[in-house]
Design a protein. Structure first.
Lengths: 342, 484
């Protein structure tokens, strides 16, 4: 009798708690406002995308998005609490409510979008899996890697892509399983594998850090699509809209030539109706999702537009030296295409 | 007979010969080597093999260590310096990363200007531990406290501690030293209060928080005194209830009110700023301090005759020992969030400490149960024959002997638990070994650095674990009661 009462209480509490959570789920914006801080899930450390410096300040491409979102919602790019998440904990951290948004170079895939109940709000970096080999190997194409030993991180989509690619091309390979990027570099440098495979952005950063980058080449083949983007929980569409349009605002700002430097001037003088709507000088776009008119202005001012963020963190002027490639604006032959602000 | 002898032998020595030096093979280093290294064909081969391995290791890694660079701002600069100094093909260690980032390996992201606070906290920890760990020997206590005082004060001055806090540290250290000279048991109240002081110093916030935490049990005691004449059971229940109700309902508001009346705050530091060895030591010390008493209780419960207590204890121990620590950590960091009402923030370090504690306590319980089982039955019977009740028998007869037997096992569990604190990397906390190194490597300046952080962090872990191990050996010698 006592036991059943106890179990009943537990069950009732659980139901109540989950109901409360479902209700609260529709109010991420209100929660963030009340907390006056955005909880942003980031990588525990990935060159160019998210890394704490010697003083514990976070910088990087994904970090910049979090700051822009915080600026749009809370008016201050520093009102972000960065929650480092590992590959294992990232999605649970999001769905359990520990973070409000996950900007952690996560690939947008079918099963993550549906089965894991995430909403990817867009793509902030189009990545793809590539190979790096030593120049001495004399290989110029991934098609010539038949019989090679390949260093590969376990438990990632790259592992499956690699198997698919070699099966499709009827080639053989011997995998050398590694746990982390740092370990992969060690194994590759020690000659434990002929080729190292991971996302092309990671390969570029790895190569840049070698003592002699010139003696290693990144093969031209990109064997998978890895659209990386920020994600939010299913079920709070308004919060999803805010996250999506903050990203769009950064991309559109680059398309319209709005930068952190000329934005104040454009606010006063721009005659382009698209720019006026984006910057909130005409229409009240912000009010439609519960923000003020100047949300996009603040988001752009936080770290600049998409192009500025790219150039500052991973662009060709940085040691990582990534070219825009697929991540150029659609007007420049890339895939970035922000939906119209109307 | 002796007569004949005296006449046939022309000379009889009447003084002793001076003793000659032993043959060279039987003395000094040669003898030691003959006995210990080359005492037979197998040992000779093993010795030569060992020497070969040592030589191989030195030959392989010597140049790497010899070409260490300590002053550089990036891995590439290290490489340039090595190339410039020792030539194109030379390789070398780049310990400059430790020089640049030592603070993060030790303190994580704790605010730089407050580094003196954790330093002082761990200095005072030694004072609090003195009456527990070094109660027997005044000499050891003197040495430990003197070293602690010098190191703590020096570090605090270097790290820029405010004068008020320096004075506080001097006061506590001097007071600890004085009491340790007079009567060490007088320091025990400080040891009992230390957990609250340590938590306050590490996390900051209002001093009223810890004060009101103390008020809870005080009120509980009052309730117990008032009701104990009516009924012992009722009094105990009331005392526990009063304490809990005070903590849950009143303590928070009372802290706020008192803080408004008289502010006793120091800058608060959030849990996500903790990292490196600060995190490891915080979790490790808290886990060690909590798991030992919990383990003792569990071990006694498992030995108990009372069915319910025994089965609960068995279930707890077997369940916790049956799952990996990582599972518990994942439960702490992720699953709990689903069950707690949204908006409740339950500190992640506290959650991890709880999980690590119950994990270590389950192992501790089995280690201590081993000690209890090793005790001859006569000891239990003798305690009964003396007319001692259960708790007195345990406290005076059984546990002192059982714990002494279990010391090596207990310390092994401590050491294992301390090293297991690095597993918090999987729940996104910055342990010194993996997460912190990955974070450092995530900056392009230090990308590609690999062995140097491992060596540095491994060295510190070795020092701490070796210290614990030596202490346990000292304790075993001290507690030795048989005459062998």
């Amino acid at each position: 009798m006592k036991k059943s009462v106890f179990l009943g209480t537990v069950a009732a509490t659980t139901v109540l708690a989950s109901m409360a959570m479902a209700q609260e789920g529709g109010a991420t914006l209100a929660q963030v406002m009340e907390r006056d801080e955005l909880n942003c899930g980031v990588n525990t450390g990935l060159v160019g995308f998210a890394a704490p410096d010697a003083n514990g300040n976070w910088t990087g491409f994904d970090v910049a998005y979090c700051r822009a979102l915080a600026a749009a919602v809370l008016g201050d790019p520093d009102k972000v609490s960065f929650v480092p998440t590992t590959g294992q904990t990232r999605f649970t951290a999001l769905s359990s409510g520990e973070v409000d948004v996950l900007a952690r170079n996560s690939t947008w895939t079918y099963s993550r979008d549906t089965d894991l109940a995430l909403d990817f709000v867009g793509v902030n970096y189009y990545d793809g899996q590539g190979f790096m080999v030593s120049r001495e190997l004399g290989v110029t194409s991934a098609k010539e890697l038949d019989g090679a030993t390949i260093c590969i991180q376990t438990g990632t989509t790259t592992e499956l892509n690699l198997a698919d690619y070699f099966r499709a091309n009827q080639m053989d390979y011997t995998p050398v399983n590694i746990d982390s990027n740092a370990e992969g570099e060690q194994q590759y440098m020690a000659g434990a594998c002929d080729a190292y495979t991971t996302d092309a952005s990671g390969l570029a950063a790895t190569r840049a850090a070698f003592a002699d980058p010139e003696s290693h080449i990144i093969l031209p083949e990109i064997i998978s699509k890895e659209p990386l983007g920020p994600a939010v929980r299913h079920g709070d569409n308004n919060w999803g809209d805010i996250a999506r349009w903050t990203l769009n605002a950064l991309i559109a700002a680059e398309e319209y030539g709005v930068t952190s430097r000329n934005i104040e001037e454009l606010v006063r003088s721009s005659t382009n109706p698209e720019v006026q709507r984006l910057l909130g000088t005409t229409d009240e776009l912000g009010a439609m999702m519960g923000l003020d008119a100047e949300w996009a202005r603040r988001a752009i001012l936080a770290n600049g537009n998409y192009g500025e963020i790219f150039a500052a963190n991973i662009g060709e002027q940085t040691p990582i030296g990534l070219a825009r490639g697929l991540n150029a604006q659609w007007t420049q032959g890339g895939l970035l295409y922000a939906q119209p602000f109307r | 007979m002796s007569d004949t002898h005296a006449q046939t032998v022309p000379f009889v020595r009447d003084t002793m010969l001076p003793s000659a030096a032993p043959p060279i093979r039987e003395s000094g280093a040669v003898r030691w080597m003959r006995e210990n290294l080359f005492s037979g064909p197998v040992n000779t081969i093993l010795t030569l093999l060992g020497l070969l391995i040592v030589w191989f290791l030195i030959a392989t890694f010597w140049d790497w260590f010899a070409h260490s660079v300590w002053n550089a701002s990036s891995l590439n600069e290290c490489r340039e310096i090595i190339t410039a100094t020792w030539g194109d093909t030379a390789r070398g260690a780049c310990f400059a990363v430790i020089r640049e980032r030592w603070n993060q390996y030790l303190f994580g992201f704790y605010p730089r200007e407050l580094y003196w606070r954790p330093t002082m906290t761990f200095g005072l920890l030694m004072v609090a531990l003195a009456p527990v760990l070094f109660s027997a020997s005044l000499t050891i206590r003197r040495v430990v406290l003197a070293i602690t005082a010098v190191v703590t004060l020096w570090a605090m001055v270097v790290l820029g501690a405010p004068v008020v806090w320096l004075a506080f540290a001097v006061l506590v250290l001097a007071g600890g030293g004085y009491l340790s000279e007079r009567n060490i048991t007088w320091l025990l109240p400080f040891s009992a209060l230390y957990p609250l002081l340590g938590v306050w110093l590490l996390w900051g916030g209002s001093l009223w928080g810890p004060i009101f935490v103390l008020v809870g049990p005080a009120l509980g005691w009052v309730a117990w005194r008032l009701l104990s004449r009516v009924s012992g059971l009722l009094a105990t229940v009331a005392a526990i209830l009063v304490t809990l109700v005070f903590w849950m309902v009143l303590a928070g508001d009372a802290t706020g009110d008192a803080e408004r009346m008289l502010s006793l705050s120091i800058e608060s530091v959030r849990s996500d700023r903790f990292g490196g060895f600060l995190l490891s030591l915080t979790i490790g010390v808290a886990g060690i301090a909590l798991s030992l008493p919990l383990g003792i209780v569990l071990a006694l419960a498992r030995q108990s005759d009372m069915f319910l207590i025994k089965s609960l204890s068995v279930i707890f121990i077997e369940f916790i020992r049956g799952v990996p620590l990582i599972t518990l950590l994942f439960v702490a960091s992720l699953l709990l969030n689903y069950f707690l009402p949204p908006g409740t923030s339950f500190d992640i370090i506290l959650r991890v400490i709880i999980m690590v504690t119950i994990f270590a306590a389950a192992y501790m319980a089995e280690v201590i149960r081993g000690g209890l089982a090793a005790l001859p039955k006569g000891q239990y019977e003798a305690a009964d024959a003396l007319g001692l009740d259960y708790w007195k028998a345990q406290r005076l007869i059984v546990l002192p002997q059982a714990l002494k037997i279990s010391i090596p096992g207990i310390v092994s569990t401590f050491i294992g638990m301390f090293k297991d604190t690095t597993l918090v990397t999987f729940v996104g906390l910055y342990d010194p070994l993996k997460s912190m190194s990955d974070a450092v490597r995530a900056n392009i300046e230090w990308k590609g650095i690999y062995w140097e952080p491992f060596i540095f962090v491994g060295g510190i872990f070795f020092l701490i674990c070796f210290g614990m191990s030596r202490y346990s050996m000292y304790l075993e010698r001290r507690l030795q009661r048989d005459h062998r």
